[in-house]
Design a protein around this ligand. Structure first.
Ligand code: SF4
Ligand code: SF4
Length: 203
């Protein structure tokens, strides 16, 4: 169900499933998923692509393909991205080109840690905000969570896992609003009329 939110202009509702769906989360301790959530590549907004290419020489040893193969050529429009445009990270051998082929995990993340960089400055936002995303003003689970996520079902809730990253993107006011909604969901005190209103607003 959709619940109205008002603390940030970019969002008008949140899907209550972010507070109830669960997944394993401890990616580097997972022994069964084989990083399958990285098999399709990811959206990379144009600014993130430029930041990645700006350090291409340093990053290249962490990537499974040459620089010319990192991104698909198509450029898509989406006003909800900071730059209004995004591209797709390419895939190679059944996984995102940035997935390490020497071990587990994202090569961009490993590069950031190894070089003392804040991964938020270079790793695609959709990846560090995963498994939460937002679309047309609605914060919700990433589509892959229920359809295709190997570690879906047990562990922490999507919101618990992503709460700090939500703060990075949207700030403390939204986290406070979501925390309050979570309390009401856990207590079963959310009014049905509120969710109807949000569902209508999201059409
Ligand atoms: S499938 Fe789950 S545990 Fe494995 S890397 Fe992805 S989010 Fe982490
Ligand atoms: S950029 Fe990194 S986290 Fe994102 S899909 Fe590729 S390997 Fe996975």
């Amino acid at each position: 169900m959709l619940i109205p939110i008002s603390s940030v202009p970019a969002l008008r509702a949140v899907d209550s499933e972010i507070f109830t769906l669960r997944y394993f989360m401890r990616c580097m301790q997972c022994t069964f998923c084989h990083d399958s959530c990285c098999q399709y590549g990811c959206d990379v907004n144009a600014g993130e692509r430029d930041a990645i290419l700006a350090v291409a020489d340093e990053l290249a040893p962490y990537v499974r393909a040459p620089v010319s193969e990192w991104f698909k050529p198509e450029v898509f429009e989406d006003p909800e991205y900071p730059t209004g445009k995004y591209v797709r990270a390419a895939t190679k051998n059944g996984a995102c080109v940035f997935l390490s082929d020497k071990g587990r995990g994202c090569g961009i993340h490993a590069f950031a840690l190894a070089t003392g960089r804040d991964y938020h400055q270079i790793k695609p936002m959709v990846c560090w905000l995963f498994p939460i995303c937002w679309d047309k003003g609605v914060m919700r689970p990433n589509t892959d969570v229920k359809d295709d996520l190997a570690c879906f079902g047990t562990g922490v809730t999507l919101y618990e896992a992503s709460r700090d990253e939500v703060r990075v993107v949207f700030g403390e006011a939204l986290v406070a609003e979501l925390d309050a909604i979570k309390v009401r969901i856990d207590a079963g005190t959310l009014a049905a009329s509120e969710t109807v209103q949000a569902a209508l607003a999201a059409r």
